[in-house]
Design a protein around this ligand. Structure first.
Ligand code: CU
Length: 121
């Protein structure tokens, strides 16, 4: 007897929230095996990077004069971070052997709020 009443409650077109959207909104793609990451006003210009392939060479541009930044791609194999260097400065970091399907977190060791995700596809 209760079944009919419960079935009536099922109307309405509420779309379920989609967590972890499948779109590319918010992420920038590393193309050609390179990516330029800019640190300015103690922020990265990108907090989400997608990569197809298992290697990428970052160019890190520190545009904060007198403020030290580095790039630490936590858990990446080999040399995974640069030295802390005050701006204005440009560094490079070449990563190889990244794991497809894994998301790596990158951060500046001095500024924990400078954090982002590198998604290896
Ligand atoms: Cu920093």
């Amino acid at each position: 007897m209760l079944v009919a009443a419960l079935a009536l409650a099922g109307c309405g077109s509420s779309k379920a929230d989609v967590s972890g959207s499948t779109g590319s909104s918010g992420c920038r793609a590393a193309t050609g095996g390179t990516f330029t990451l800019v640190a300015k006003n103690t922020r990265w210009d990108t907090s989400c990077i997608t990569l197809s392939g298992t290697s990428v060479t970052f160019t890190i541009k520190n545009e904060d004069r007198g403020i030290a930044h580095n790039l630490n791609v936590m858990g990446a194999p080999g040399t995974y971070k640069t030295d802390l260097v005050p701006g204005i400065a440009t560094q490079t970091l070449a990563l190889k052997g990244l794991t497809p399907g894994k998301t790596y977190t990158y951060v500046c060791d001095l500024h924990p709020s400078m954090i982002g995700e590198l998604k290896v596809q």
